[in-house]
Design a protein around this ligand. Structure first.
Ligand code: AMP
Length: 364
């Protein structure tokens, strides 16, 4: 079987690494000549909407998937007319637009922060009259890792924050005074079977994910499963789906969902019986889904902008290092490492060591 992937970054690379033992082959479409998955399969180098390359991908791949959600919806629709594409263009379309996504959550009775649509400075001012400060202004599309976002602390911030967006349609949300951020990752296959991973507890700094810890038996697990199940069923979703949530006063509030494998699930490679990457492939190929049972306790740390010496990292026992083969650049995720331990005490000791090393090279 040949799996086509739109994008050939680290997520595509980890999908391919998970697929090789299953005998799968990969073909990637990505504009970048040195995209980091390109040695793990055939690389069609060019624009995501290049009709010739899309036709080649559709012809050669048995199924096509994505590693990121900003693929133009027309591309997904074109591919779907020629081959199997999972997740669907609809899931992609909802996730690409924060306003559509919020009203989708609302229709499914999944709580969100209060929000308003923003098309002008006047509409921002109007929305802020009801929302109150602080709030977060976000571009409706193309935002990730906190890009295109500003925190509004008072009326004095409105003009500057709106000008930063250069007129693109936006959404303004009440700032959630969360106790913690969590995400739930689930997989659903073509036949409709579903598996859920234990919650990840996530630490973001400056909008970028730094640390994710597997939280087996978390008190919020059941509620998170109910919410993600509504999304999976409503979208007739196929593949891995990640739902990011805030926990505030013992309740979950949805931030966003990602129709793909997710950075907060990287610990599943060593920390779960079946990784999110393998389950994504099993789901889109309609194979039985693998167990998501945690293996010991685990946590993952991202390396952003720079890399400690490999020798230093590998000195930590029970560390699993994933170098993406990307050259370090400011704010760029270049690697992650997962530590696994028998006890939570030991995990926290190992995690502290990893965090110290990550902080030394972090330039974001
Ligand atoms: P996003 O790109 O929407 O996932 O936002 C990136 C990060 O910014 C989130 O993981 C939070 O840490 C923070 N953030 C985003 N929206 C809000 C909000 N409404 N209230 C509080 N923090 C937020």
């Amino acid at each position: 079987m040949i799996v086509g992937v739109l994008g050939a970054g680290q997520l595509a690379r980890m999908i391919a690494l998970a697929g090789m033992p299953l005998g799968l082959e990969f073909i990637f479409l990505d504009p970048s000549a040195d995209a980091c998955a390109n040695k793990l399969g055939e690389h069609l180098q060019g624009d995501y909407s290049d009709p010739v390359l899309l036709a080649q991908l559709a012809e050669r791949a048995d199924v096509v998937t994505y590693e990121f959600e900003n693929v133009p919806a027309e591309v997904a629709e074109f591919l779907a007319a020629h081959t199997q594409v999972h997740p669907s263009a609809e899931a992609l379309g909802v996730a690409q637009d924060r306003l559509r996504e919020k009203s989708f959550f609302h229709d499914l009775d999944i709580p969100t922060p209060a929000y308003g649509a923003v098309e002008s400075l006047e509409s921002l001012e109007l929305a802020m009259n009801t929302l109150g400060y602080p709030a977060v202004l976000k571009s409706r599309t193309q935002g990730y890792d906190g890009k295109g976002q500003s925190v509004l602390k008072s009326v004095d911030d409105l003009k500057f924050a709106w000008e930063l967006l250069q007129g693109v349609p936006a959404i303004v949300e009440a700032f959630v005074p969360f106790n913690r951020e969590v995400s739930i990752i689930a997989a659903r296959n073509v036949s409709g079977a579903i598996v859920f991973y234990p919650l990840s507890e996530n630490l973001h700094i400056g909008g970028i994910l730094r640390v994710s810890e597997c939280r087996a038996d978390d008190a919020m697990q059941a509620q998170a499963e109910i919410y993600i199940c509504r999304l999976l069923e409503q979208l007739n979703y196929v593949g891995v789906l990640a739902l990011e949530l805030f926990e505030v006063d013992g309740k979950l509030v949805a931030n966003e969902f990602a129709p793909r494998v997710h950075n907060s699930g990287h610990w599943t490679i060593e920390g779960a019986e079946t990784s999110q990457f393998e389950n994504h492939l099993r789901a889109i190929l309609n194979l039985p889904l693998g167990a998501t049972t945690p293996v010991e306790h685990s946590a993952m740390v991202n390396f952003i902008g720079g890399l400690p010496k490999t020798e230093e990292l590998l000195e930590i026992p029970q560390v699993h290092l994933h170098l993406y083969g990307k050259s370090p650049r400011k704010g760029r995720k270049v690697a992650h490492a997962t530590v696994r331990a028998e006890s939570l005490e030991k995990l926290s000791e190992l995690l502290s060591k990893l965090v110290v090393l990550a902080d030394q090279v972090d330039d974001s």
